[in-house]
Design a protein. Structure first.
Length: 480
């Protein structure tokens, strides 16, 4: 039997504010437990929350970036539940009236077509604290509570159930991740929990309008886990239904070690949370001026940049999309392209050598030892014939290991290309004289031996002979 997969994602992204959403305590990651939680974050009696305008500004930027309606009036509500990392007994969130309404995000499918994914809403809320089980931090078998994270601003971005495969879900999540980083509202650091995903998954017979019963897999913090968790969950649901079982709506956890999802608790209904407007906070009103200031400096967004790179620099769709993955990478590319006037070469070097080196070192473009200016310098020496393509790779490696810019490396290592045809001829004469057997084979029609001679000349010149000249002179001399 055939089944259609239906997925909707809820993404929690921490907003890059200095202080918490309702208090002045800092939000920096990695401090000693409970050193960054003030009376408000602890939920002590008698305190009052004060909304952080910066969190609102960042949410508004997101709304604009996904072309959503931004509510001129939104309301904070209390979502009541009991958990040790939530000392107040409720989370301040937005419920019926979120700040960001319907919007859209476009993803590119494997076959190159563009699919529009609906965003239902995005709302502001506070993060909870963390339970610590690490025996190095708390006693064996004990659990500690760290409230540093409590009150960190979150934007929860809820998608429509428009996604039809684990791959589409990943493409969408990556797109949202790219977007929040582009517009500078979140560092998107997944290891530190700045970007966490919940996947709602159901299946239905193709053609059926009505949605199937869904399960929600909580707290996925990598794209790979997102994909694997959904894959597992779809298979589990298919097997269960096909063997005559009934799905229950529930919350599940993904276990990366066993690569499976496990039931955690039956799904709570909204009314279990007894939502009601928070009497401590006024409705949030946003006027035209705030909106204009918050969004006036939005950068060029990834889709627009990708299309421009394609049109303006003649890059392939693949390169355009690769080089716009992040703003930093795109800026780097544009700097190299402008300085050299060689966008395609710039794209090849960045997509090839540079990315390989970055991936190997597991660092981001911003930390690259080889700056845009240095890569441009290398490409110029390649263009003006000072060095050959092969030597250029060697120069790149030297720049990467901190030996200076291209000109310094070329000079100190004596890597200038040999273009003096007299010198190349002398080398070739010597090689021909030393290899009479191969000369005979070549003249007898064994074309392959040509490569042997090229190799010998390159070896003799330590890779520096101009390849084109080598070919020409070799051909002439061997024919003679
Ligand atoms: P809740 O807030 O209780 O989790 P929502 O109705 O807000 O529920 O939906 C949350 C997410 O689940 C949304 O992303 C939505 O698209 C998705 N969703 C809802 N129903 C289904 C379904 N049957 N199958 C897959 N995803 C679903
Ligand atoms: Mg949910």
């Amino acid at each position: 039997m055939q089944w259609e997969t239906v997925i909707g994602l809820e993404i929690h992204t921490q907003l890059a504010t200095q202080s918490k959403i309702f208090s002045g305590a800092p939000t920096a990651f990695g401090a000693e437990p409970n050193t960054q939680a003030c009376a408000i974050d602890l939920g002590l009696p008698g305190v009052l929350p004060v909304l952080n305008a910066e969190a609102v500004r960042l949410a508004v930027r997101f709304g604009r970036a996904i072309e959503a309606e931004i509510a001129s009036r939104s309301v904070f509500a209390r979502k009541n539940y009991f958990y040790p990392d939530l000392p107040k007994g409720y989370q301040i969130s937005q419920y019926e009236r979120p700040i960001v309404g319907r919007g859209k995000v476009e993803i590119v499918l494997d076959d190159g077509t563009i699919k529009r994914i609906g965003v239902t809403r995005a709302h502001l809320e506070e993060d909870a604290g963390k339970s610590l089980h690490d025996p190095g931090l708390v006693g064996d078998g004990q659990t500690g509570v760290d409230l540093n994270r409590a009150g960190t601003p979150l934007l929860e971005i809820v998608s429509e159930p428009d996604l039809r495969s684990p791959q589409e879900a990943v493409a969408y999540a990556r797109k949202v991740h790219q977007l929040v980083r582009y517009i500078g509202i979140s560092d998107g650091n997944m290891q530190e929990g700045s970007f966490r995903m919940d996947a709602n998954v159901s299946i239905r017979p193709p053609g059926q309008e009505e949605l199937g019963t869904r399960t929600e897999i909580k707290n996925l913090n990598s794209f790979r886990y997102l994909e694997k968790a959904i894959q597992f969950e779809v298979e589990r649901q298919v097997e269960l239904i096909e063997s005559g079982g009934t799905l229950v709506q529930e919350t599940r956890l993904y276990d990366a070690v066993k690569d499976e999802t496990r039931g955690m608790r039956s799904k709570e209904e909204a009314n279990d949370y007894r939502y009601f407007p928070d009497p401590d906070l006024l409705p949030l009103e946003i006027d035209a001026e705030f909106l204009a200031t918050a969004t006036s400096d939005l950068p060029e967004l990834p889709d627009a940049k990708r299309e421009r790179f394609h049109a303006e620099y003649g890059l392939s769709e693949y390169d355009a999309s690769l080089l716009t993955t992040s703003r930093e990478l795109a800026d780097y590319f544009e700097a190299v392209a402008r300085e050299t006037g060689e966008p395609k070469l710039a794209a090849n070097w960045i997509g090839g050598e540079l990315m390989a080196a970055l991936n190997k070192a597991e660092i981001e473009i911003g930390q690259s030892q080889v700056t845009a200016r240095m890569l441009a310098g290398l490409i110029k020496r390649l263009q003006d014939g000072t060095i050959s393509g092969k030597i250029a790779k060697q120069v790149f490696e030297s720049m990467w290991s901190g030996e200076g810019d291209a000109d310094q490396v070329i000079r100190s290592k004596g890597l200038e290309q040999i273009t003096d045809s007299g010198a190349i001829e002398a080398m070739i004469d010597a090689i021909i004289a030393a290899n009479p057997g191969q000369v005979e084979q070549y003249r007898a029609g064994k074309q392959k031996v040509f490569g042997f001679f090229v190799g010998q000349v390159m070896k003799a010149s330590r890779g520096k002979a101009n390849p084109q000249q080598v070919n020409e002179i070799l051909e002439r001399k061997l024919r003679a």
